[in-house]
Design a protein around this ligand. Sequence first.
Ligand SMILES: NC(=O)c1ccc[n+]([C@@H]2O[C@H](COP(=O)([O-])OP(=O)(O)OC[C@H]3O[C@@H](n4cnc5c(N)ncnc54)[C@H](O)[C@@H]3O)[C@@H](O)[C@H]2O)c1
Length: 284
Amino acid sequence: MEFKKAAVIGGAGTMGSGIVQTIAQAGIQVLLFETNLEVAQKGKTKLDKVVQKLVDKGKVSAQDKQNMLDKIILCDNYQAMADVDLVIEAVFENIQLKKEIFKQLDEIVKPEAILASNTSALSLTEIASATKRPDKVIGLHFFNPVPVMKLVELVMGLATSEETYQASAAFCEQIGKKVIKAKDTTGFLVNYLQIPLLNGAVAAYEAGLSSAEDIDKACVLGMNHPIGPLALLDLIGLDTALDVFNVMYEGTGDMKFWPRTVHKRLVQAGHLGRKTGKGFFTYN
Ligand SMILES: NC(=O)c1ccc[n+]([C@@H]2O[C@H](COP(=O)([O-])OP(=O)(O)OC[C@H]3O[C@@H](n4cnc5c(N)ncnc54)[C@H](O)[C@@H]3O)[C@@H](O)[C@H]2O)c1
């Protein structure tokens, strides 16, 4: 299967914009979909700035930046996605919202196209149940920041076909990523491994075992992690992380995933991490 045109739903969000950038940089046309065209435009303007920084550092040529921007088409209606080969949904971690979106996509997007979700922990089988093509629904779980992180975790719903897996893996290679295959269990593989550490860091912070700086230093200097867990939570977005922790806790009943009060309070206060300038740390 050849991928000539893709679409990203929620293309101006934290993950969506990184996915749009990565696809466009690989020379594939991509529709940046948001329900509000102004939000979509803001997303493209943000991407322009992000890539301009790479031009200023000499990592990307001005021509390559222009080529990338030319591949991105702003979009606010489903009909425009009828002829795409692949849709990647990257909206909030909410099962009802994702199912509504997949139902609409299924009615409009050509039948041979693959419908993918970037969900961190929700069931692909349940998302696929909103469509009449569950064999063509798959999890394409990217990591943050998408242009930098090499991995995509491919998640197989109960009905996902091997053909869909192979085509999706080939697409990921085409945009410069490596893949792993995971079952449709709560949190799949990566979050099943990672969230106990992230939540453990929040628990340690809440219990006053050490400062936020020292908790992160312990992981960076003592365990050779590239970024500390609290800084990573700020990067993920504390709201998105809380949604994922809740899904993991509800799905497993395991206290390792139980969201801590301090985490909830930060979200209630609107301190969502990097995107709002404040989370466990403060940003300019
Ligand atoms: N943030 C991370 O580090 C991370 C990592 C891997 C996976 N994920 C997953 O990716 C998904 C998106 O997370 P995020 O952090 O990018 O969220 P975000 O809040 O940054 O972005 C969500 C985007 O979706 C848009 N949106 C909301 N409802 C929409 C609708 N009905 N139609 C179209 N667009 C809509 C919003 O305008 C926003 O641009 C979630 O499922 C999350 O679990 C997040």
